[in-house]
Design a protein around this ligand. Structure first.
Ligand code: HEC
Ligand code: HEC
Length: 245
């Protein structure tokens, strides 16, 4: 089980690596020539590239992703993602996560995880039921290229606690600094470590709870960390992260 998910993770990572490097335009992609993403993907790809219809290794098509995201596809029963996640992935409501500027490989992994049930959420499990892997990669590539939606920390009383957890962890409980993986600015680190900055605090706090309670079991790293956090610490660090940029 674990091995299988590792393999599918690697497959999804290499499949969308070129797209995420090309489109995310993060500081990390500058290590690679953005104009020529193919060589960057080469060390990870086992098969020769550029065969359009190879199952499991589709090239991402952000324009097709945008169309599906914004309009859905009534003929296939695909709901427009925009209905909840907002134009360009910049959701206006805290129960629906912002998806803009997120690393494509991370987003694609989440969609696969809703489908395989390792991330259990009734709404999104219904949404992905009609998507194939190519749709997932296309939508993820589109969203990665959209501008970041910034947020603000709301709770002055918990900012200090949130900041100290994010930057330094909680040594006494063996909680690592969130910044080590999610980066000091909250931009994350492509492709594995998702962007946090600007995300709705309520959504992130709910995810930490889901990791702790086991409804989201698609990351052993995050389950281990969330198990050590109290409700108050989850809320404090989530509020702090909302204002990161
Ligand atoms: C009816 C509202 C609704 C619609 C429509 C919808 N979503 Fe979602 N989406 C949600 C909710 C609620 C969550 C949070 C799920 C959870 O708590 O795990 C979510 C979570 C996600 C996540 C995880 C984000 C992260 O940061 O991990 C992704 C990716 C996503 N949705 C993509 C899509 C795509 C692609 C579509 C269109 C095919 C779509 N959603 C349509 C409500 C919706
Ligand atoms: C060792 C690396 C690592 C550290 C340290 C870490 N994370 Fe994560 N985090 C991850 C990975 C990997 C994921 C993506 C898991 C997946 O694939 O679904 C993640 C996902 C998350 C998510 C879900 C985001 C979303 O959009 O749904 C939240 C919230 C989160 N982390 C919060 C934290 C907080 C708070 C801390 C510090 C207390 C922290 N993380 C420390 C690796 C880490």
């Amino acid at each position: 089980m674990r091995q299988t998910s590792q393999i599918s993770k690697l497959t999804s990572l290499s499949a969308s690596l070129a797209a995420s490097l090309f489109l995310a335009a993060t500081s990390f992609s500058s290590a690679v020539s953005a104009a020529d993403p193919a060589p960057a993907a080469a060390p990870m790809a086992e098969a020769p590239a550029a065969k359009p219809a190879v199952p499991g290794k589709p090239k991402a098509d952000p324009a097709a992703g945008e169309a599906l995201y914004s309009n859905g596809d009534a003929s296939r029963g695909v709901t427009a993602c925009l209905t909840c996640h907002g134009p360009k992935g910049q959701s206006a409501i805290a129960t629906w996560p912002k998806l803009s500027a997120q690393h494509a490989a991370y987003t694609a992994k989440q969609l696969k995880n809703f489908k395989d049930g390792t991330r259990a959420n009734p709404i999104m499990m219904g949404m992905v039921a009609t998507l194939n892997e190519q749709d997932m990669n296309n939508i993820s590539a589109y969203l990665a290229s959209q501008p970041v939606s910034q947020g603000v920390a709301q709770n002055k009383d918990t900012i200090e606690l949130g900041q100290s957890i994010y930057r330094g962890g909680i040594a006494a409980k063996g909680v690592p600094a969130c910044a080590a993986c999610h980066s000091p600015t909250g931009a994350g680190i492509p492709s594995q470590y998702p962007r946090m900055g600007g995300q709705w605090a309520e959504y992130n706090a709910a995810q930490l709870l889901a990791f702790r309670e086991g409804t989201r079991k698609n990351s052993t790293q995050m389950t281990t960390i969330a198990t050590k956090l109290s409700d108050q610490e989850m809320k404090a660090v989530s509020d702090y992260m909302a204002g990161l940029h």
